[in-house]
Write a protein that binds this ligand. Structure first.
Ligand code: NAP
Length: 478
Protein backbone atom coordinates (compact mmCIF):
# COMPACT_ATOMS: atom_id res chain seq x y z
CA UNK A 1 0.00 0.00 0.00
CA UNK A 2 1.39 3.44 -0.88
CA UNK A 3 1.94 5.79 2.04
CA UNK A 4 -0.87 8.33 2.36
CA UNK A 5 0.17 11.64 3.90
CA UNK A 6 -2.33 13.98 5.57
CA UNK A 7 -4.47 16.14 3.31
CA UNK A 8 -2.45 19.25 2.56
CA UNK A 9 -1.63 22.15 0.27
CA UNK A 10 1.84 22.27 -1.24
CA UNK A 11 3.04 25.79 -2.01
CA UNK A 12 6.01 26.05 -4.36
CA UNK A 13 7.97 29.30 -4.40
CA UNK A 14 9.88 29.41 -7.68
CA UNK A 15 7.03 28.34 -9.98
CA UNK A 16 9.21 28.96 -13.04
CA UNK A 17 12.46 27.60 -11.62
CA UNK A 18 14.53 24.98 -13.34
CA UNK A 19 14.10 22.79 -10.26
CA UNK A 20 10.30 22.99 -10.36
CA UNK A 21 10.19 22.18 -14.08
CA UNK A 22 12.65 19.29 -14.02
CA UNK A 23 11.97 17.75 -10.63
CA UNK A 24 9.10 19.07 -8.55
CA UNK A 25 6.12 19.07 -10.91
CA UNK A 26 7.09 15.78 -12.59
CA UNK A 27 7.62 14.13 -9.18
CA UNK A 28 4.34 15.43 -7.78
CA UNK A 29 2.50 14.29 -10.90
CA UNK A 30 3.95 10.79 -10.60
CA UNK A 31 3.17 10.61 -6.89
CA UNK A 32 -0.42 11.56 -7.74
CA UNK A 33 -0.54 8.94 -10.50
CA UNK A 34 0.71 6.21 -8.14
CA UNK A 35 -1.80 7.19 -5.44
CA UNK A 36 0.84 8.45 -2.99
CA UNK A 37 -0.54 11.95 -2.58
CA UNK A 38 -3.31 12.60 -0.03
CA UNK A 39 -6.95 12.20 -1.06
CA UNK A 40 -7.36 15.94 -0.84
CA UNK A 41 -4.40 17.99 -1.99
CA UNK A 42 -3.76 21.24 -3.79
CA UNK A 43 -0.55 22.56 -5.30
CA UNK A 44 -0.09 26.30 -5.48
CA UNK A 45 2.81 27.52 -7.59
CA UNK A 46 4.07 31.01 -6.79
CA UNK A 47 6.10 33.05 -9.29
CA UNK A 48 6.54 36.69 -10.11
CA UNK A 49 4.82 36.89 -13.51
CA UNK A 50 1.12 37.43 -13.75
CA UNK A 51 -0.60 34.36 -15.20
CA UNK A 52 -3.96 32.66 -14.95
CA UNK A 53 -4.15 29.12 -13.51
CA UNK A 54 -4.80 27.84 -17.02
CA UNK A 55 -1.86 29.68 -18.58
CA UNK A 56 0.44 28.29 -15.91
CA UNK A 57 -0.85 24.72 -16.37
CA UNK A 58 -0.11 25.05 -20.07
CA UNK A 59 3.48 26.07 -19.26
CA UNK A 60 3.92 23.08 -16.96
CA UNK A 61 2.46 20.85 -19.66
CA UNK A 62 4.93 22.16 -22.24
CA UNK A 63 7.95 21.59 -19.98
CA UNK A 64 6.74 18.15 -18.97
CA UNK A 65 6.34 17.25 -22.64
CA UNK A 66 10.00 18.13 -23.19
CA UNK A 67 11.57 16.62 -20.04
CA UNK A 68 9.19 13.69 -19.41
CA UNK A 69 7.19 12.94 -22.56
CA UNK A 70 5.76 9.75 -21.04
CA UNK A 71 4.10 11.85 -18.32
CA UNK A 72 1.83 13.58 -20.80
CA UNK A 73 0.47 10.42 -22.36
CA UNK A 74 -2.30 9.75 -19.84
CA UNK A 75 -4.59 12.69 -20.53
CA UNK A 76 -7.16 11.85 -17.86
CA UNK A 77 -4.52 11.56 -15.11
CA UNK A 78 -2.92 14.80 -16.23
CA UNK A 79 -6.26 16.61 -16.27
CA UNK A 80 -7.00 15.41 -12.73
CA UNK A 81 -3.55 16.63 -11.60
CA UNK A 82 -3.96 20.00 -13.31
CA UNK A 83 -7.37 20.48 -11.70
CA UNK A 84 -5.50 20.67 -8.38
CA UNK A 85 -2.66 22.89 -9.61
CA UNK A 86 -3.04 26.64 -9.13
CA UNK A 87 -0.91 29.70 -9.71
CA UNK A 88 -0.45 32.96 -7.83
CA UNK A 89 1.73 35.85 -9.05
CA UNK A 90 3.84 37.30 -6.22
CA UNK A 91 7.12 39.19 -6.19
CA UNK A 92 8.74 37.34 -3.26
CA UNK A 93 10.32 40.52 -1.93
CA UNK A 94 7.02 42.47 -1.66
CA UNK A 95 5.12 41.58 1.47
CA UNK A 96 1.92 43.30 0.38
CA UNK A 97 1.61 40.80 -2.49
CA UNK A 98 1.37 37.81 -0.11
CA UNK A 99 -2.29 38.56 0.61
CA UNK A 100 -3.19 37.08 -2.76
CA UNK A 101 -1.37 33.90 -1.76
CA UNK A 102 -3.12 33.80 1.62
CA UNK A 103 -6.46 34.18 -0.13
CA UNK A 104 -5.71 31.39 -2.60
CA UNK A 105 -4.63 29.04 0.19
CA UNK A 106 -7.47 29.77 2.58
CA UNK A 107 -10.34 30.49 0.25
CA UNK A 108 -9.46 28.67 -2.94
CA UNK A 109 -9.51 25.39 -1.04
CA UNK A 110 -11.99 26.38 1.64
CA UNK A 111 -14.01 23.25 1.16
CA UNK A 112 -10.94 21.12 1.67
CA UNK A 113 -9.22 20.02 4.85
CA UNK A 114 -6.12 20.55 2.71
CA UNK A 115 -6.07 24.24 3.58
CA UNK A 116 -5.17 23.50 7.23
CA UNK A 117 -1.93 21.68 6.48
CA UNK A 118 0.61 23.66 4.48
CA UNK A 119 3.91 22.51 3.02
CA UNK A 120 6.01 25.39 1.67
CA UNK A 121 8.82 24.55 -0.75
CA UNK A 122 11.46 27.21 -1.45
CA UNK A 123 12.78 26.39 -4.94
CA UNK A 124 14.55 29.72 -5.03
CA UNK A 125 18.08 31.12 -4.80
CA UNK A 126 19.31 30.91 -1.17
CA UNK A 127 19.43 34.69 -0.69
CA UNK A 128 15.63 34.88 -1.06
CA UNK A 129 14.84 32.44 1.74
CA UNK A 130 14.89 34.91 4.69
CA UNK A 131 12.69 37.47 2.94
CA UNK A 132 10.15 34.83 1.90
CA UNK A 133 9.96 33.47 5.43
CA UNK A 134 9.52 36.94 6.94
CA UNK A 135 6.78 37.71 4.43
CA UNK A 136 4.99 34.43 5.13
CA UNK A 137 5.03 35.37 8.80
CA UNK A 138 3.69 38.83 8.04
CA UNK A 139 0.87 37.29 5.99
CA UNK A 140 -0.11 35.01 8.89
CA UNK A 141 1.14 31.88 7.15
CA UNK A 142 3.93 30.94 9.57
CA UNK A 143 3.71 27.84 11.72
CA UNK A 144 3.92 29.83 14.94
CA UNK A 145 1.04 32.10 13.86
CA UNK A 146 -1.97 31.94 16.19
CA UNK A 147 -4.22 31.09 13.22
CA UNK A 148 -2.32 27.85 12.45
CA UNK A 149 -4.96 25.12 12.66
CA UNK A 150 -3.07 22.16 11.18
CA UNK A 151 0.60 21.62 10.48
CA UNK A 152 2.80 24.02 8.52
CA UNK A 153 6.21 22.89 7.28
CA UNK A 154 8.92 24.37 5.12
CA UNK A 155 11.41 22.73 2.76
CA UNK A 156 14.47 24.86 2.04
CA UNK A 157 16.69 23.97 -0.91
CA UNK A 158 20.43 23.64 -0.59
CA UNK A 159 22.66 25.52 -0.24
CA UNK A 160 21.22 26.60 3.10
CA UNK A 161 22.74 30.08 3.32
CA UNK A 162 25.96 30.88 1.51
CA UNK A 163 28.40 30.69 4.45
CA UNK A 164 28.33 30.03 8.18
CA UNK A 165 27.11 33.50 9.04
CA UNK A 166 24.23 33.61 6.55
CA UNK A 167 23.23 30.04 7.43
CA UNK A 168 22.96 31.10 11.08
CA UNK A 169 21.04 34.25 10.17
CA UNK A 170 18.67 32.24 7.98
CA UNK A 171 18.13 29.80 10.79
CA UNK A 172 17.31 32.57 13.23
CA UNK A 173 14.73 33.97 10.83
CA UNK A 174 13.15 30.59 10.07
CA UNK A 175 13.26 29.61 13.74
CA UNK A 176 11.06 32.59 14.58
CA UNK A 177 8.37 31.38 12.19
CA UNK A 178 8.67 27.54 12.19
CA UNK A 179 9.63 25.04 14.89
CA UNK A 180 12.77 23.01 14.21
CA UNK A 181 10.79 19.79 13.63
CA UNK A 182 8.91 21.58 10.81
CA UNK A 183 12.06 22.75 8.96
CA UNK A 184 13.30 20.44 6.21
CA UNK A 185 16.74 21.40 4.85
CA UNK A 186 16.88 19.39 1.67
CA UNK A 187 19.89 17.87 -0.05
CA UNK A 188 18.47 15.55 -2.68
CA UNK A 189 21.50 13.25 -2.44
CA UNK A 190 20.07 12.01 0.85
CA UNK A 191 16.98 10.81 -1.01
CA UNK A 192 18.97 8.54 -3.33
CA UNK A 193 18.53 4.80 -2.77
CA UNK A 194 22.26 4.29 -3.17
CA UNK A 195 23.10 6.90 -0.54
CA UNK A 196 20.59 5.47 1.92
CA UNK A 197 22.08 2.09 1.18
CA UNK A 198 25.50 3.18 2.50
CA UNK A 199 24.19 2.90 6.04
CA UNK A 200 22.32 -0.32 5.29
CA UNK A 201 25.48 -1.80 3.76
CA UNK A 202 27.55 -0.83 6.79
CA UNK A 203 25.13 -1.56 9.61
CA UNK A 204 23.06 -4.53 8.39
CA UNK A 205 26.07 -6.69 7.54
CA UNK A 206 28.40 -8.20 10.09
CA UNK A 207 31.47 -8.60 7.89
CA UNK A 208 32.31 -5.01 6.95
CA UNK A 209 32.02 -2.96 10.12
CA UNK A 210 34.83 -4.74 12.04
CA UNK A 211 37.20 -3.74 9.19
CA UNK A 212 35.82 -0.21 8.78
CA UNK A 213 38.60 1.72 10.52
CA UNK A 214 42.17 2.99 10.37
CA UNK A 215 43.64 -0.43 11.15
CA UNK A 216 42.44 -1.86 7.86
CA UNK A 217 41.54 1.00 5.54
CA UNK A 218 44.27 2.90 3.68
CA UNK A 219 42.20 5.59 1.93
CA UNK A 220 38.65 6.65 1.14
CA UNK A 221 38.04 8.47 -2.16
CA UNK A 222 34.79 10.26 -2.94
CA UNK A 223 34.26 11.47 -6.51
CA UNK A 224 31.36 13.60 -7.78
CA UNK A 225 32.18 14.26 -11.43
CA UNK A 226 30.11 15.68 -14.28
CA UNK A 227 31.22 15.58 -17.92
CA UNK A 228 29.29 18.76 -18.73
CA UNK A 229 29.81 22.41 -17.82
CA UNK A 230 27.53 24.91 -16.12
CA UNK A 231 25.06 24.88 -19.02
CA UNK A 232 22.95 28.04 -18.87
CA UNK A 233 23.36 28.56 -15.11
CA UNK A 234 26.22 31.08 -15.29
CA UNK A 235 24.65 33.62 -12.94
CA UNK A 236 23.93 30.95 -10.36
CA UNK A 237 27.40 29.44 -10.65
CA UNK A 238 29.20 32.76 -10.31
CA UNK A 239 27.44 33.15 -6.95
CA UNK A 240 27.91 29.59 -5.79
CA UNK A 241 31.06 27.90 -7.16
CA UNK A 242 31.84 24.22 -6.76
CA UNK A 243 32.75 24.31 -3.07
CA UNK A 244 29.40 25.75 -2.05
CA UNK A 245 27.30 23.97 -4.67
CA UNK A 246 28.66 20.43 -4.23
CA UNK A 247 31.24 20.00 -1.45
CA UNK A 248 29.39 21.80 1.36
CA UNK A 249 26.37 19.54 1.00
CA UNK A 250 26.57 16.45 -1.25
CA UNK A 251 30.24 15.56 -0.70
CA UNK A 252 30.30 16.16 3.05
CA UNK A 253 27.05 14.26 3.50
CA UNK A 254 28.52 11.29 1.62
CA UNK A 255 31.64 11.51 3.76
CA UNK A 256 29.54 11.62 6.92
CA UNK A 257 27.49 8.58 5.82
CA UNK A 258 30.53 6.50 5.04
CA UNK A 259 32.52 7.47 8.15
CA UNK A 260 29.97 8.06 10.96
CA UNK A 261 29.75 5.84 14.02
CA UNK A 262 26.78 3.45 14.31
CA UNK A 263 23.82 5.38 15.76
CA UNK A 264 22.17 4.18 18.98
CA UNK A 265 19.00 3.53 16.98
CA UNK A 266 17.61 4.44 13.57
CA UNK A 267 15.65 7.50 14.57
CA UNK A 268 16.18 10.73 12.67
CA UNK A 269 17.95 12.39 15.57
CA UNK A 270 20.24 9.49 16.43
CA UNK A 271 21.45 9.28 12.83
CA UNK A 272 21.83 13.04 12.59
CA UNK A 273 23.70 13.13 15.93
CA UNK A 274 26.36 10.82 14.49
CA UNK A 275 26.64 12.75 11.23
CA UNK A 276 27.06 16.02 13.08
CA UNK A 277 29.72 14.48 15.34
CA UNK A 278 31.62 13.22 12.31
CA UNK A 279 31.53 16.58 10.52
CA UNK A 280 32.76 18.23 13.69
CA UNK A 281 35.78 15.88 13.70
CA UNK A 282 37.05 16.97 10.28
CA UNK A 283 40.44 18.64 10.55
CA UNK A 284 40.18 22.31 9.45
CA UNK A 285 42.10 23.56 6.44
CA UNK A 286 44.27 26.58 7.27
CA UNK A 287 46.44 28.97 5.22
CA UNK A 288 49.38 26.98 6.61
CA UNK A 289 48.31 23.52 5.42
CA UNK A 290 46.21 24.30 2.33
CA UNK A 291 49.11 23.72 -0.10
CA UNK A 292 49.19 19.97 0.45
CA UNK A 293 45.50 19.32 0.88
CA UNK A 294 43.42 21.49 -1.49
CA UNK A 295 43.56 22.03 -5.26
CA UNK A 296 40.94 24.23 -6.90
CA UNK A 297 40.47 24.42 -10.64
CA UNK A 298 38.48 26.13 -13.37
CA UNK A 299 37.78 24.52 -16.74
CA UNK A 300 39.18 26.12 -19.87
CA UNK A 301 36.45 28.23 -21.47
CA UNK A 302 34.51 28.83 -18.25
CA UNK A 303 35.08 32.59 -18.47
CA UNK A 304 33.49 32.68 -21.91
CA UNK A 305 30.24 31.08 -20.65
CA UNK A 306 27.06 33.18 -20.60
CA UNK A 307 26.69 35.39 -17.49
CA UNK A 308 30.23 34.61 -16.31
CA UNK A 309 32.73 37.41 -15.61
CA UNK A 310 35.66 37.47 -18.08
CA UNK A 311 38.09 37.50 -15.13
CA UNK A 312 36.10 35.13 -12.91
CA UNK A 313 38.05 33.21 -10.25
CA UNK A 314 35.12 30.96 -9.38
CA UNK A 315 36.18 27.32 -9.01
CA UNK A 316 34.53 24.58 -11.06
CA UNK A 317 36.75 21.85 -9.61
CA UNK A 318 38.00 20.94 -6.15
CA UNK A 319 40.16 18.13 -4.84
CA UNK A 320 40.56 18.04 -1.08
CA UNK A 321 42.39 15.68 1.24
CA UNK A 322 40.34 15.62 4.42
CA UNK A 323 41.33 14.00 7.70
CA UNK A 324 38.86 12.94 10.35
CA UNK A 325 40.42 13.40 13.75
CA UNK A 326 38.79 10.66 15.78
CA UNK A 327 39.79 7.20 17.04
CA UNK A 328 38.33 5.36 14.07
CA UNK A 329 39.86 7.42 11.26
CA UNK A 330 42.93 9.28 12.57
CA UNK A 331 45.42 9.81 9.67
CA UNK A 332 43.32 8.03 7.00
CA UNK A 333 43.08 10.41 4.03
CA UNK A 334 39.61 11.05 2.63
CA UNK A 335 40.17 12.27 -0.92
CA UNK A 336 37.18 14.27 -2.12
CA UNK A 337 37.14 15.29 -5.77
CA UNK A 338 34.33 17.04 -7.64
CA UNK A 339 34.05 19.09 -10.76
CA UNK A 340 32.34 20.23 -13.92
CA UNK A 341 33.43 19.27 -17.41
CA UNK A 342 35.45 16.29 -16.17
CA UNK A 343 36.19 13.11 -18.10
CA UNK A 344 33.10 11.23 -16.97
CA UNK A 345 29.82 11.67 -15.11
CA UNK A 346 30.08 9.53 -12.02
CA UNK A 347 29.51 9.65 -8.28
CA UNK A 348 31.28 6.98 -6.29
CA UNK A 349 33.02 6.18 -3.05
CA UNK A 350 36.05 3.90 -3.15
CA UNK A 351 37.28 2.41 0.10
CA UNK A 352 40.76 0.97 -0.36
CA UNK A 353 42.06 -1.49 2.20
CA UNK A 354 45.66 -1.86 3.29
CA UNK A 355 47.81 -4.34 1.39
CA UNK A 356 48.61 -7.70 2.93
CA UNK A 357 51.83 -7.60 4.99
CA UNK A 358 53.68 -9.82 2.52
CA UNK A 359 53.43 -10.03 -1.23
CA UNK A 360 53.97 -13.61 -2.47
CA UNK A 361 52.43 -13.35 -5.88
CA UNK A 362 54.17 -10.70 -7.92
CA UNK A 363 56.93 -8.14 -8.08
CA UNK A 364 57.30 -5.92 -5.02
CA UNK A 365 56.04 -2.81 -6.83
CA UNK A 366 52.77 -4.57 -7.68
CA UNK A 367 52.01 -5.21 -4.01
CA UNK A 368 48.88 -3.09 -4.08
CA UNK A 369 47.78 -4.08 -7.58
CA UNK A 370 45.08 -6.25 -6.11
CA UNK A 371 44.46 -4.21 -2.93
CA UNK A 372 40.95 -4.89 -1.74
CA UNK A 373 38.41 -2.20 -2.45
CA UNK A 374 34.75 -1.64 -1.76
CA UNK A 375 33.34 0.55 -4.54
CA UNK A 376 30.00 2.16 -3.78
CA UNK A 377 28.75 3.61 -7.03
CA UNK A 378 25.99 6.14 -6.42
CA UNK A 379 25.30 7.11 -10.04
CA UNK A 380 24.86 6.62 -12.96
CA UNK A 381 25.10 2.87 -12.22
CA UNK A 382 23.74 1.87 -8.83
CA UNK A 383 26.18 -0.82 -7.81
CA UNK A 384 28.47 -2.05 -5.08
CA UNK A 385 31.59 -3.91 -6.12
CA UNK A 386 34.20 -5.66 -4.02
CA UNK A 387 37.61 -5.98 -5.56
CA UNK A 388 39.98 -8.76 -4.60
CA UNK A 389 42.87 -10.73 -6.07
CA UNK A 390 42.40 -14.07 -7.84
CA UNK A 391 44.84 -16.45 -9.44
CA UNK A 392 45.09 -16.02 -13.17
CA UNK A 393 44.48 -19.42 -14.86
CA UNK A 394 47.72 -21.07 -16.00
CA UNK A 395 50.91 -22.48 -14.64
CA UNK A 396 52.27 -19.33 -13.02
CA UNK A 397 51.02 -18.05 -9.65
CA UNK A 398 50.00 -14.60 -10.83
CA UNK A 399 47.16 -12.62 -9.30
CA UNK A 400 44.70 -10.42 -11.12
CA UNK A 401 42.10 -8.08 -9.63
CA UNK A 402 38.53 -9.37 -9.97
CA UNK A 403 35.19 -7.95 -8.84
CA UNK A 404 32.07 -9.25 -7.13
CA UNK A 405 29.23 -6.93 -8.02
CA UNK A 406 25.74 -6.12 -6.74
CA UNK A 407 23.53 -4.11 -9.10
CA UNK A 408 20.23 -2.61 -7.97
CA UNK A 409 18.71 -3.09 -11.42
CA UNK A 410 19.34 -6.81 -11.66
CA UNK A 411 18.89 -7.72 -7.97
CA UNK A 412 15.55 -6.01 -7.37
CA UNK A 413 12.53 -5.92 -9.63
CA UNK A 414 10.96 -2.92 -7.83
CA UNK A 415 11.68 0.51 -9.23
CA UNK A 416 12.87 2.78 -6.42
CA UNK A 417 11.52 6.24 -5.79
CA UNK A 418 13.60 9.11 -7.12
CA UNK A 419 15.06 11.48 -4.49
CA UNK A 420 12.36 14.11 -4.98
CA UNK A 421 9.52 11.57 -4.77
CA UNK A 422 10.90 10.23 -1.54
CA UNK A 423 11.82 13.53 0.10
CA UNK A 424 8.49 15.18 -0.74
CA UNK A 425 6.71 12.22 0.87
CA UNK A 426 9.06 12.27 3.88
CA UNK A 427 8.42 15.98 4.44
CA UNK A 428 4.65 15.49 4.20
CA UNK A 429 4.93 12.64 6.71
CA UNK A 430 7.22 14.71 8.97
CA UNK A 431 10.20 12.33 8.75
CA UNK A 432 13.45 14.34 9.04
CA UNK A 433 15.91 11.44 8.79
CA UNK A 434 17.02 12.40 5.27
CA UNK A 435 17.12 16.14 5.82
CA UNK A 436 20.07 18.04 7.25
CA UNK A 437 19.96 19.36 10.79
CA UNK A 438 21.21 22.86 11.55
CA UNK A 439 24.29 21.69 13.49
CA UNK A 440 25.49 19.70 10.46
CA UNK A 441 24.80 22.66 8.19
CA UNK A 442 26.99 24.83 10.43
CA UNK A 443 29.85 22.32 10.74
CA UNK A 444 29.86 21.95 6.96
CA UNK A 445 29.94 25.68 6.39
CA UNK A 446 32.79 26.07 8.89
CA UNK A 447 34.80 23.57 6.82
CA UNK A 448 34.01 25.31 3.52
CA UNK A 449 34.49 28.85 4.86
CA UNK A 450 37.96 27.88 6.12
CA UNK A 451 38.92 26.46 2.71
CA UNK A 452 37.61 29.52 0.88
CA UNK A 453 39.42 31.85 3.25
CA UNK A 454 42.69 29.92 2.98
CA UNK A 455 42.40 29.84 -0.84
CA UNK A 456 41.38 33.50 -1.18
CA UNK A 457 44.60 34.73 -2.72
CA UNK A 458 45.19 31.70 -4.92
CA UNK A 459 43.28 31.67 -8.23
CA UNK A 460 42.04 28.23 -9.38
CA UNK A 461 44.32 26.32 -11.76
CA UNK A 462 43.07 25.87 -15.30
CA UNK A 463 42.23 22.38 -16.60
CA UNK A 464 41.24 21.06 -20.02
CA UNK A 465 37.62 20.15 -20.64
CA UNK A 466 36.98 16.39 -20.21
CA UNK A 467 40.14 15.83 -18.17
CA UNK A 468 40.37 14.84 -14.48
CA UNK A 469 41.26 18.35 -13.33
CA UNK A 470 44.46 20.42 -13.12
CA UNK A 471 47.81 18.61 -13.19
CA UNK A 472 48.63 19.98 -9.75
CA UNK A 473 45.98 17.69 -8.30
CA UNK A 474 48.58 14.94 -8.02
CA UNK A 475 50.18 16.88 -5.14
CA UNK A 476 47.45 15.97 -2.71
CA UNK A 477 47.78 12.23 -3.39
CA UNK A 478 51.47 12.12 -2.43
N1 NAP B 1 17.98 23.17 -10.82
C1 NAP B 1 18.25 22.04 -10.21
O1 NAP B 1 18.30 20.97 -10.81
C2 NAP B 1 18.54 22.04 -8.73
C3 NAP B 1 18.94 20.84 -8.11
C4 NAP B 1 19.16 20.83 -6.74
C5 NAP B 1 18.97 21.98 -6.00
N2 NAP B 1 18.60 23.14 -6.63
C6 NAP B 1 18.43 24.34 -5.79
O2 NAP B 1 17.13 24.87 -6.02
C7 NAP B 1 17.16 26.30 -5.92
C8 NAP B 1 16.62 26.89 -7.21
O3 NAP B 1 17.52 26.54 -8.25
P1 NAP B 1 17.11 26.67 -9.80
O4 NAP B 1 18.23 26.13 -10.60
O5 NAP B 1 15.77 26.07 -10.02
O6 NAP B 1 17.06 28.25 -9.95
P2 NAP B 1 16.35 29.14 -11.08
O7 NAP B 1 15.98 28.32 -12.25
O8 NAP B 1 17.24 30.31 -11.26
O9 NAP B 1 14.98 29.59 -10.38
C9 NAP B 1 14.89 30.58 -9.40
C10 NAP B 1 13.51 31.17 -9.51
O10 NAP B 1 13.38 32.19 -8.51
C11 NAP B 1 12.57 33.20 -9.09
N3 NAP B 1 12.75 34.49 -8.44
C12 NAP B 1 13.90 35.15 -8.22
N4 NAP B 1 13.64 36.31 -7.60
C13 NAP B 1 12.29 36.40 -7.46
C14 NAP B 1 11.41 37.35 -6.90
N5 NAP B 1 11.85 38.48 -6.31
N6 NAP B 1 10.08 37.10 -6.92
C15 NAP B 1 9.60 35.97 -7.48
N7 NAP B 1 10.39 35.02 -8.03
C16 NAP B 1 11.71 35.24 -8.02
C17 NAP B 1 12.99 33.29 -10.52
O11 NAP B 1 11.91 33.84 -11.20
P3 NAP B 1 11.97 34.35 -12.73
O12 NAP B 1 11.88 33.08 -13.52
O13 NAP B 1 10.78 35.21 -12.84
O14 NAP B 1 13.29 35.06 -12.89
C18 NAP B 1 13.26 31.82 -10.87
O15 NAP B 1 12.16 31.21 -11.48
C19 NAP B 1 18.63 26.68 -5.65
O16 NAP B 1 18.80 26.83 -4.26
C20 NAP B 1 19.41 25.46 -6.13
O17 NAP B 1 20.62 25.28 -5.45
C21 NAP B 1 18.38 23.19 -7.96
Amino acid sequence: MPLKPDNCTIIIFGAHSDLAARKLFPSLYELALWGNLPDEYRIIAVGRSSLSHEEFRQKVYEKMAVFFPKNVQDEAALASFFARLFYVGVDFTRKEEYHALYKEIMEGGAALAASHNLLFYLATPPALAPVIVRNLDHAGLGEKDASCAGWRKIIVEKPYGSNLQTARELNTVIGEVFHEDRIFRIDHYLGKETVQNIMVFRFSNGIFEPLWNRNNIATVAITIAEDFGIRDRGAFYEEAGLLRDIIQNHALQLLASVAMEPPVDFSADSVRDEKAKLLRSIRPVTPGNIGGVVVLGQYEGYRAEKNVAPDSTVETFAAIKFFVDNWRWKDVPFFVKAGKNLAETVTEIVITFKCPPQNYFGPAESCCYTANQVILRIQPEETIAIKFGAKRPGEALITDPVFMKFDYKTSFSEVGLTPYHRLLLDAMAGDQMNFIRQDSVEYSWAIIDAIREAARTKPPASYPVHSWGPESVQAIYS
